[in-house]
Design a protein around this ligand. Structure first.
Ligand code: NAP
Length: 248
């Protein structure tokens, strides 16, 4: 079940956190994984080397998803080198938190450029190859706050809500080409993104989670693997929530 043998997958932001776990999980299911990063070349190399050491196939690709020409060039190079492009995991993302009154204009631009424009640029370029192949899987990382909102995260939540609307539209637009588009919406997952929170904040959040704990990157990765697999062939336009019941 859930094998990805022979498939080529790009995981943006695959050097750390949820992206890293997804890259490793997809490689374990047989996919050739392209591990993208923007700054963390050593971390991305470590992920790829770890996959290769276990008998899997992986490469690294450094580019900033917010830089459209660089992203287009990188994805075209992947298609040229691999000859196919089956799975896009648009995971690269940043969080800049703050109450609305204090949100800076440049932070809004950075958030939307990375979390929304970056994901859609990848989807646009990937879709060319997927349309020709008449098959493909797009998986977009949103967040529980994109659906339920959160104090101090208005700007970030807006980007994560935007990605849901985009993924659902892509699902309708590309269904005729057998390309599925789905969202994975994690709750509170232990990664670098959430590492900076103090214990009191973490304790408060744990109380909002019916399962009583934060999630792991591997638990989110498993949802991505499922959506990329043949077993999910009839699932499109959906939001798969991996949040311990925090939002139902
Ligand atoms: P993370 O640990 O902070 O890792 C972020 C990853 O994105 C890194 O690999 C980073 O690369 C990459 N990245 C950031 N900006 C990039 C850019 N402009 N171009 C290319 N790559 C870029 O984040 P995470 O917690 O795993 O989150 C992954 C995704 O899940 C994000 O979209 C996030 O919004 C979403 N999410 C996370 C949580 C959570 O609780 N952690 C909850 C809900 C949703 P470098 O290593 O090169 O910096």
């Amino acid at each position: 079940m859930f094998r990805l043998d022979g498939k080529v997958a790009l995981v943006t932001g695959g050097s750390r956190g949820i992206g890293r776990a997804t890259a490793e999980a997809m490689a374990a299911q047989g996919a050739t994984v392209i591990v993208n990063y923007v700054r963390g070349e050593a971390a991305a190399r470590e992920v790829a080397d770890g996959i290769i050491a276990k008998g899997g196939k992986a490469e690294i690709a450094g580019f900033d998803v917010a830089d459209t020409p660089a992203t287009e060039k990188a994805l075209e190079a992947i298609v040229k080198a691999q000859g196919r492009f089956d799975i896009l995991v648009a995971n690269a993302g940043i969080a800049i938190d703050g109450l609305l009154l204090r949100v800076k204009d440049e932070d809004l631009d950075k958030l939307f450029a990375t979390n929304v424009k970056g994901a859609l640029t990848c989807a646009r370029v990937a879709s060319r190859t997927m349309m020709r192949a008449k098959t493909g899987r797009m998986i977009f990382l949103s967040s529980v706050v994109g659906e339920m909102g959160n104090t101090g995260q208005t700007a970030y939540a807006a980007t994560k809500a935007a990605i849901i609307g985009a993924a659902k539209s892509i699902a309708r637009e590309y269904a005729g080409r057998n390309i599925t588009s789905n969202v994975v919406a994690p709750g509170f997952i232990e990664t670098d993104m959430t590492h900076g929170m103090n214990d009191a904040a973490k304790e408060y959040i744990n109380k909002q989670i019916p399962l009583g704990r934060t999630g792991t990157a591997a638990e989110v990765a498993a949802a991505c693997v499922y959506l990329a697999s043949d077993e999910a062939s009839y699932v499109t336009g959906q939001v798969l929530r991996v949040n311990g019941g925090m939002y139902v």
